[in-house]
Design a protein around this ligand. Sequence first.
Ligand SMILES: Nc1ncnc2c1ncn2[C@@H]1O[C@H](COP(=O)(O)OP(=O)(O)OP(=O)(O)O)[C@@H](O)[C@H]1O
Ligand SMILES: [Mg+2]
Length: 444
Amino acid sequence: MSNNGIAVNVEALSKVYRLGVKEQTSEHMSELLLDFLRSPVQNFRKYRSLYKFDDVELDESSVTEAQAENILWALRGVSFSVREGEVVGIIGGNGAGKSTLLKILSRITPPTRGKVDIHGRVSSLLEVGTGFHPELTGRENVFLNGTILGMRKKEVVQKFDEIVSFSGVEKFLDTPVKRYSSGMRVRLAFAVAAHLEPEILIVDEVLAVGDAAFQQKCMNKMQAVGKEGRTVLFVSHNMPAVTSLCDRVIWLDQGQKVTEGPAQEIVGKYLLEGVETTAHRVWKSAASAPGGKFAQLREVRVVSEAGSVKGHYDIQEPIGIAMEYDVLQGGEVMLPHFRIRNDNGVLVFVTLDHDPEWYQRPRPAGRYVSTVRIPGNLLNEGPHFVECSLITRHPDIPQFHETDVVTFAVMGSMEPGTARGDWPGRLKGVVSPALQWETRYSEA
Ligand SMILES: Nc1ncnc2c1ncn2[C@@H]1O[C@H](COP(=O)(O)OP(=O)(O)OP(=O)(O)O)[C@@H](O)[C@H]1O
Ligand SMILES: [Mg+2]
């Protein structure tokens, strides 16, 4: 194939919804396919039209104001590509266009403009029940989905038991899917999507439904699919799930791509969006720098173990906070300190500079950098705000005191060795230390 290892390529993709106008195409692939099987000729065109990615005339300059009010750009000029075997996360707030994008990639709805190239057999799990025909039983739907994926009956039969056992809906296999609870539908739908050996697996927000155990099973399955070298596109609002599963993340906002890049970095930016943040503050001129008679603050940085400025940290990673300051007049004992608050404004802790080399010792004039190291597996997930202060001692006189001077984000992870381990949700609490447990057992 001439796809150069690219599984999905999207160029300048836009999708317009005309409000109040019902989409012509079916939201349910299965219904469509059934229609098609019943009356092939009549439906052939309808079926084909789903796969046609022709531009639709929609000239913005010719749209009247009244028309514009009824037009919604669910996606606007989105471009990206995904390599074969990559596991890519798509994140963004409600209404960002994530589901719309996945529906286009799954060919459930056509784009208004732009180009989509897909190399490989796609299997998708979109909204609950998409891809299932309500009147058919669970068993029939599994076979129907296999057919949609272009599998032979024999191939589906081979996978059938695995699918059923993963889904846990054995008892209801011969019940029409419309009688299923939404949780049961998702279980079966995920099992089908993940086990029918797609080359590209597309999953929308499956973790929002189902209990913790099933969520974990889905995560493990998607991880396994990724490791087998298949391509996975995963939409979720669960950021730890995204960072632990995905190599790369695409961030959408109001139909447009904000940015894309390594999962940790993009999720970090996304979490801190809307929060006035910076991991680095510098006062270039002494005139503007905060300070008193004896000391003046010149710089505050949040730094990684390697010493580089960074605003987002994996929960397991140590975080350094450094203040750089000038002692203007020597001879005073000084006490630099930081206060760390979380996004609820709760004071998480105060830390004082107890460096034995300088503790209770008068400092000569000059430039100082004092750095504290916060160990990994201590702070909980979320944004944190740093207050930076310095006082002279005996008597205590504040020299500078800057609130919210720098900000950083701690990102959850489901790796072993973290406080949450494989628990899928954020743990409550101000801190999230990974503590040792011991259990003694004696036979009853
Ligand atoms: N069939 C439709 N008709 C009209 N507007 C639609 C339709 N489907 C989606 N939209 C609109 O398109 C925009 C993008 O919706 P989409 O469902 O793609 O967002 P999303 O990123 O998946 O959001 P969420 O996180 O809430 O699932 C929203 O403003 C939504 O209201
Ligand atoms: Mg959605």
